[in-house]
Write a new protein. Structure first.
Length: 134
């Protein structure tokens, strides 16, 4: 599913492309089951886009599912509030609402990585400074 979401979100032109294959149609239908069809149709209306008739009858109507719905006892220890927030800000139909790469990097989810990198840089700077003094 992750690869399907990537394909749709990174390549939104497939929605308008006239040459659909079964994989693309199935992918878009699956994405709409999670992200919701109302938001898909709002996106299409906002940018005056039309969904290809191939999708008539396969999309259905779906409400957006909260990502917390996909948590279970087996995977909940791998998920934080920050990860859910980041995911919800990345998985948007509308490219104008989706985080950019720089905005995603600045998200609190990546704070531990930024702090570790800062500490590592400070350690290297301290080592270089000590070497220069000797």
């Amino acid at each position: 599913m992750k690869a399907h979401l990537y394909h749709l979100l990174e390549h939104p032109y497939v929605i308008m492309n006239m040459q659909y294959n079964q994989h693309t149609k199935t992918s878009i239908a699956r994405h709409s089951q999670v992200l919701g069809t109302d938001e898909l149709f709002e996106y299409l209306d906002k940018y005056d886009l039309e969904l290809d008739p191939h999708f008539d009858g396969i999309l259905g109507r779906h409400s957006r599912k909260p990502f917390s719905r996909f948590l279970s006892a087996d995977n909940s220890h791998l998920v934080s509030d920050e990860s859910i927030d980041l995911l919800s800000k990345l998985l948007r139909y509308d490219h104008q609402e989706r985080l950019t790469a720089l905005e995603a990097q600045a998200h609190p989810y990546f704070m531990p990585i930024r702090e570790a990198e800062a500490a590592k840089s400070a350690d290297v700077a301290g080592t270089v400074e000590e070497s220069a003094e000797t």
